[in-house]
Design a binder for this molecule. Structure first.
Ligand SMILES: NC(=O)c1ccc[n+]([C@@H]2O[C@H](COP(=O)([O-])OP(=O)(O)OC[C@H]3O[C@@H](n4cnc5c(N)ncnc54)[C@H](O)[C@@H]3O)[C@@H](O)[C@H]2O)c1
Length: 340
């Protein structure tokens, strides 16, 4: 009994960053703002570097009054902004990027400038600032056309979009810089993250917030293709946990590695749609009768995405806590309160 309690406590202890100064790039975005909030609650100083290209003040307004929070409106592509943001920083959680596969197909240069040029810039600035560790967001899109499931870190296919190439390039630079300059890096391949603060609006919004906001307004969501494509949807709090573990791990073997961060579940878009209808109908019975529209398949999309999380489990102690249903319940509650 005692052993169990202390084990549980020490697990919680290890996965928290505390009394450190942490730079969160892209801190006004969906994942970044959730990281900022948790880090501040754990008594860290947080520097948020964001140029608000896709980030939103609404995500961080409530943090501005906190004396331990510093907002720097700047660009990861600008050396001076990076240098300023990195002053006195212990750890970097690098989230800033232009997300979205379709955006990268429409404007490959913009994606490449920010996701590759900006990445090298902030990584090199972090080397010069002698940070203790650099943890960065990679993506499941790196698996490209690799056909076998579940996806395992060392087996990747041909990338299917400029976005996927940009994220794979990040992994190559991180590995190279750790060898050249000795910086400790950890890459997290996120799989379709969802939860509070994710932007539901705009052409490049992600499927879960878009569907929820449309259903709340009784509009028909568009399912691209036949709806049988699947995703390993990952709740934001599990992603926050993974970042904390990556920063705090003392396991030498865990450093300079790349990890799948997912729930390890497979959900088709049709199943997602039906679950959303089931969860939203008790809040508004009219939602039950909203029918989806089936659109054309999207270019550049991976057909099935389902992660093995064994590596993160073994080397980092990662344990996702939110099934798709549990995560969606919390997410819907937040959108219901914030969109209505
Ligand atoms: N959300 C997901 O499902 C998912 C999946 C895989 C990978 N990722 C990666 O996770 C990271 C965070 O994604 P997100 O969903 O929070 O996206 P987001 O668009 O909400 O956040 C990205 C943030 O980066 C900022 N930014 C963009 N360009 C910048 C620049 N040049 N300088 C400074 N700030 C800049 C944006 O303003 C925004 O606040 C990204 O690197 C993304 O590629 C996300």
């Amino acid at each position: 009994m005692f052993a169990l309690v202390s084990e549980e406590k020490s697990m919680t202890h290890h996965q928290q960053i505390t009394h450190s100064r942490v730079l969160v790039t892209g801190g006004a975005g969906f994942i970044g703002s959730n990281l900022c909030e948790t880090l501040l609650a754990q008594e860290n100083e947080v520097v948020c570097l964001d140029n608000f290209s896709t980030g939103r003040y609404a995500n961080i307004n409530h943090l501005l009054a906190n004396k331990k929070f510093t907002l720097i409106e700047g660009d990861i592509c600008h050396a001076q902004d990076c240098q300023k943001a990195l002053a006195g920083v212990d750890y970097v959680l690098h989230q800033a990027a232009l997300g979205s596969v379709p955006r990268s197909i429409y404007d490959p240069m913009a994606t490449t400038q920010v996701n590759v040029g900006g990445f090298v810039n902030i990584l090199h600035a972090s080397v010069r600032a002698k940070v203790k560790r650099f943890v960065y967001a990679s993506s499941s899109s790196v698996y490209g056309d690799y056909p076998y499931l579940p996806k395992i870190e060392q087996h990747i296919g041909k990338p299917l979009s400029p976005y996927a190439i940009s994220k794979y390039t990040n992994e190559l630079y991180a590995q190279n810089f750790s060898e050249l300059y000795g910086i400790q890096c950890i890459g997290l391949r996120y799989f379709n993250v969802y939860g509070k603060n994710q932007n539901p609006e705009g052409e490049y919004s992600a499927v879960i917030p878009r569907f929820i906001s449309q259903l709340i307004r009784h509009q028909s969501p568009v399912i691209n293709g036949d709806g049988k494509q699947s995703r390993d949807f990952t709740y934001i709090e599990d992603v926050v946990q993974a970042n904390q573990l990556a920063i705090t791990t003392k396991n030498e073997n865990a450093l300079n590695q790349i990890y799948n961060i997912a729930f390890n579940g497979q959900t088709t878009l049709i199943e997602l749609y039906n679950t959303l209808i089931d969860l939203l109908t008790p809040l508004d019975s009219r939602i039950a009768s909203v029918q989806p529209i089936f659109g054309t398949e999207r270019k550049g999309d991976v057909r099935h995405s389902y992660a093995s999380i064994e590596k993160a489990r073994q080397l980092l102690g990662y344990q996702p806590r939110y099934s798709i249903k549990d995560g969606l319940e919390k997410t819907i509650q937040w959108y219901w309160e914030n969109l209505k």
